[in-house]
Design a protein around this ligand. Structure first.
Ligand SMILES: C[S@@+](CC[C@H](N)C(=O)[O-])C[C@H]1O[C@@H](n2cnc3c(N)ncnc32)[C@H](O)[C@@H]1O
Length: 494
């Protein structure tokens, strides 16, 4: 039975009873965040601290002058350029947060995230109005077209005035001056478009990504995933053991897992943030550790390889384990240490390349967690930058690294211990196939199937042959989840 509950004074409020496959499923109403979410994510490779904000009436907002709004547009162009050139979204968001001029930052975030998420649809729409293919234009010209079009299609202000403002901004930027007339002509046509007329959202997924998703999961699933990309993701909290839910009106999944009903809440304003009562972690990102530790309840020690910024290290510590956290990225490891400090937790941290990790010959752990670097395609809803930055060529390279890391990770495991392999990828190559080939290479390991929590719903929805698979449309009616794969391998006792 599926039970995703909203708790009020310990009562479960269920708004729908749905009969499915002869089972009654209780489905509570979960308000969709329509425009906002705050994320200080500790559970993902791209841990970030950013806000998705409502389409505020930024153009008419009297609190900002025309100059400040112009500055905001210019900054959005600069930030999109940084992302195109490989900057991490978290760093870009932090740059924006640190920007010391009074500009409408929420507006910058809104158009930046939106333009990336819908870049495929917008590009196809723009192609209808351009004589030359959109993708043949230089990247700075593409960027202003994308940002301006997204802004026009989503604004609450008069569209012609938004279009005009973008043209005026372009006239003051070196390279873009020459495109001002073209921009003016095209944006006038965009003003006449409606969001409903936009091309199919599948175009927001790059062709190679679509092709791979179809090969792994079929066309309808790929279409669902593409449609979900348009929605603002929910914000989930993991409460530290014994801590109280700080969010009124939240949707209580379990005593420790909370989905915020109103994603516009800034988690830093919630009671207990400074005291470290909770972390922000997507429901899916918490599963690898929760399910893995249930397979080994007597575990005392763990090594978290690829640990930064520490979402899963924190989980391991919260379960009472003695934890060693390894990551080769200094900046990210520092972030992990800061996170531990905020939560009042302590772990041994090691800055090292997992593949070069030195080890005392007698050192072994009850739990080895490998949250490996991957395409992170399971998190594209929260990280639309991946749509611009990731390329198919990176996949094979990552698969090879994951394989080597798995081979190294398993050497650190004590007999009877559990190796947890996790990737926030949608591809079987990084998940199911990787797990299968690991077991073929290592006869001293066996796959163990974890018990899935009731709140995950229909078990049929999740493949469990080589591990647990979560696709983003899982719990779709409640806002979905990040995509994840997790494999559990037990070292056979000699
Ligand atoms: C998926 S993220 C880890 C997220 C983290 N487990 C959490 O829950 O917050 C992958 C991490 O692997 C680290 N990494 C990638 N290759 C590595 C290597 N060869 N050695 C050590 N760390 C590595 C990256 O710096 C990154 O922090």
């Amino acid at each position: 039975m599926f039970a995703f509950t909203r708790r009020s004074k310990d009562a479960i409020i269920a708004s729908n009873l749905v009969l499915k496959k002869n089972k009654i499923r209780i489905i509570t109403w979960l308000s969709r965040p329509t425009a906002c979410a705050v994320s200080i994510n500790l559970g993902q490779s791209h841990a970030c601290s950013h806000r998705w904000l409502q389409d505020e009436p930024h153009v008419t907002n009297p609190n900002y002058s025309a100059k400040q709004r112009d500055d905001a547009r210019r900054l959005s162009l600069q930030l999109l350029d940084k992302i195109r050139n490989g900057a991490a979204l978290d760093d870009v968001v932090e740059m924006l947060a640190r920007h010391d001029q009074p500009i409408p930052k929420s507006y910058v975030r809104h158009i930046l995230m939106g333009a990336m998420r819908q870049s495929g649809q917008l590009a196809r729409m723009l192609n209808r109005h351009l004589s030359k293919p959109f993708d043949k234009a230089s990247s700075d010209i593409q960027d202003i077209f994308l940002l301006a079009s997204f802004d026009i299609l989503n604004t609450t202000a008069p569209k012609p005035s938004v279009a005009h403002a973008w043209v005026e901004t372009s006239k003051t930027i070196g390279n873009l001056k020459r495109a001002a007339n073209l921009l003016n002509a095209v944006l006038r046509k965009v003003v006449a478009e409606t969001p409903e007329e936009l091309p199919n959202p599948i175009h927001n997924l790059p062709f190679w990504l679509r092709k791979r998703l179809i090969a792994d999961w079929g066309q309808p699933r790929m279409e669902k995933i593409a449609a979900m990309l348009l929605e603002v993701p929910p914000t989930d909290l993991r409460l530290m053991k014994g801590q109280e839910n700080p969010a009124k009106d939240a949707h209580v999944v379990t005593d420790q897992l909370i989905r915020l009903a109103d994603a516009s809440i800034d988690v830093r304003d919630l009671k207990g943030f400074d005291e470290g009562s909770f972390i922000v972690q997507n429901l899916a990102a918490g599963l690898p550790v929760d399910l893995g530790l249930a397979l080994h309840p007597t575990a005392k020690t763990a090594i978290d390889l690829c640990a930064a910024p520490g979402g899963k290290t924190i989980q391991l510590l919260d379960h009472g384990l003695e934890v060693t956290a390894v990551d080769y990225n200094t900046r990210r490891l520092t972030k992990l240490e800061q996170n531990l400090t905020r939560l009042g937790l302590d772990a041994r941290t090691i800055r090292a390349d997992v593949l070069q990790l030195q080890q005392n010959t007698d050192e072994s752990y009850d739990v080895v967690l490998l949250d490996a670097p991957c395409t992170a395609t399971g998190t594209i809803r929260r990280h639309p930058d991946l749509l611009i930055q990731k390329h198919e060529s990176q996949l094979e390279e990552l698969v090879e690294i994951q394989k080597k890391m798995l081979d190294r990770a398993c050497q650190l495991l004590a007999p009877g211990g559990i190796l947890i392999y996790a990737v926030c990828s949608l591809f079987k190559m990084e998940g199911e196939d990787q797990a299968k080939s690991f077991l073929e290479r290592h006869e001293d390991f066996e796959f163990v199937a974890p018990t899935l929590p009731v709140w995950l719903g229909d078990k049929e929805a999740i493949e469990t042959h080589e591990g647990v698979r979560i696709l983003p449309d899982h719990l779709l009616e409640h806002g979905g989840m990040d995509g994840f794969f997790m494999g559990y391998f037990k070292r056979k006792k000699r």
